[in-house]
Design a binder for this molecule. Structure first.
Ligand code: NAP
Length: 347
């Protein structure tokens, strides 16, 4: 377990280091919850950062934008108002970022929501929550790879469920058959790790982190229970009003979740497969480098599946077989073809 005390010391070291200067970051899904906690920490601790914030409503995000501007007046904060469940919108936003920047140091993604009910297809034919947790996030990462490669310490962080990978139907990667939101969430988790591992093979200077945040008090469960249909409304309402407030007492705050993300984004504990420039904030006394998801012939792949306390998860029961059978390459190939189909539909 990486203690919050060590994380705060590391973040303080970051703030007073040269590494904190001139950073460019892209935050997707940071107008609430874990993303918002992460954005606030990054904005407050970096020196004169340039931050792109993607969200559906600039008006709704105005108080947040005011707050980060006040916390660091030297920073530049560019809000891109868009609906990122559509791949065409992701491309447009990335084109805008690429036209203004020559490098990106951090791509952070955490958009999403959970809801009961069936598939909810966008005009591009992808289930919207599934796009938010996987297809759109990966599109941001993929599009911004050239800018990430120009950074001395490039990092990609996606907040979903690293370490919780499970068996998936490789013939139904978009979860079109027997859909449940749990099945779709599990599928997104496994595909995320496999896709990041595939990307890491050709982008060895980038660190890729897939984090499971544990239970963070962001209101996500309350919003899920609010979507319970029919007779389930009664137990869901009891859960919302009586059980959830007690459970929330034991959850992590979005502030701590954000401090932990700043640590993941800056510490030398999570090295890329190949170092390109800066190693990152030195380890605190007694702290060890994290375990990458694959180590082959002594070479790490630069991908980390981390849990709530930022330790690497144990090897998964399904991933070694998937890697051996080339499911990582298959997932990537299918992801590319799903994007292609989606873009053709909305052309
Ligand atoms: N919180 C937890 O305890 C927990 C536990 C395990 C895993 N997770 C996972 O971690 C991630 C972040 O969780 P969170 O609780 O921090 O999330 P959250 O606060 O509920 O939402 C994060 C972001 O999702 C975006 N979003 C929601 N619906 C959208 C839509 N239809 N189109 C586009 N964007 C949409 C919102 O941006 P805009 O409204 O500005 O567009 C918001 O900033 C999620 O994938 C969640 O499943 C969370």
């Amino acid at each position: 377990m990486v203690s919050i005390k060590d994380i705060r010391k590391s973040n303080a070291d970051f703030k007073s280091s040269d590494q904190a200067s001139g950073l460019v970051a892209v935050f997707v899904g940071s107008t609430s919850g874990i993303g918002m906690g992460s954005l606030k920490q990054f904005a407050k601790n970096a020196k004169a950062p340039k931050i792109y914030i993607l969200g559906r409503s600039k008006k709704a995000a105005a108080p947040l934008l005011d707050e980060i501007q006040k916390s660091n007046p030297e920073g530049k904060y560019d809000f891109i108002e868009t609906e990122i469940s559509l791949i065409k919108n992701v491309d447009k936003a990335c084109d805008e970022i690429k036209s203004k920047e020559t490098k990106v140091d951090l791509v952070f993604t955490s958009p999403g929501y959970l809801a009961f009910g069936g598939r909810l297809e966008s005009e591009e034919g992808i289930d919207i929550p599934h796009a938010l947790r996987y297809y759109s996030r990966l599109r941001f990462i993929y599009n911004l790879l050239p800018l990430l490669k120009a950074s001395p310490l490039p990092r990609v962080i996606t907040i979903l469920a690293g370490g919780q990978e499970s068996a998936i139907d490789i013939n139904d990667l978009e979860v079109k058959n027997n859909f449940t939101f749990i099945k779709a969430a599990e599928n997104g988790t496994t595909q995320t790790t496999l896709a990041l591992e595939e990307l890491a093979k050709s982008n060895p200077t980038i660190t890729f982190i897939h984090k499971y945040p544990g239970f963070v008090n962001s209101g996500v469960i309350d919003r899920l229970l609010a979507t319970a249909p029919g007779l389930f409304t009664i137990p869901a309402t009891i859960g919302r009003w009586l059980i959830l407030p007690v459970v929330n007492l034991f959850s992590m705050t979005v502030d701590e979740a954000g401090e932990r993300v700043l640590f993941l984004a800056t510490s030398s504990r999570y090295p890329a497969s190949k170092m390109s420039g800066t190693a990152g904030v030195p380890l605190q006394p007694g702290m060890k480098v994290a375990e990458a998801s694959v180590v082959k012939d002594g070479v790490i792949n630069g991908v980390y599946r981390v849990g709530p306390n930022d330790e690497s998860a144990k090897e998964s029961p399904v991933l070694p077989g998937y890697r051996a059978d080339g499911v990582d390459a298959l997932v990537w190939e299918k992801t590319l073809s799903t994007w292609e189909r989606a873009l053709a539909r909305s052309a």
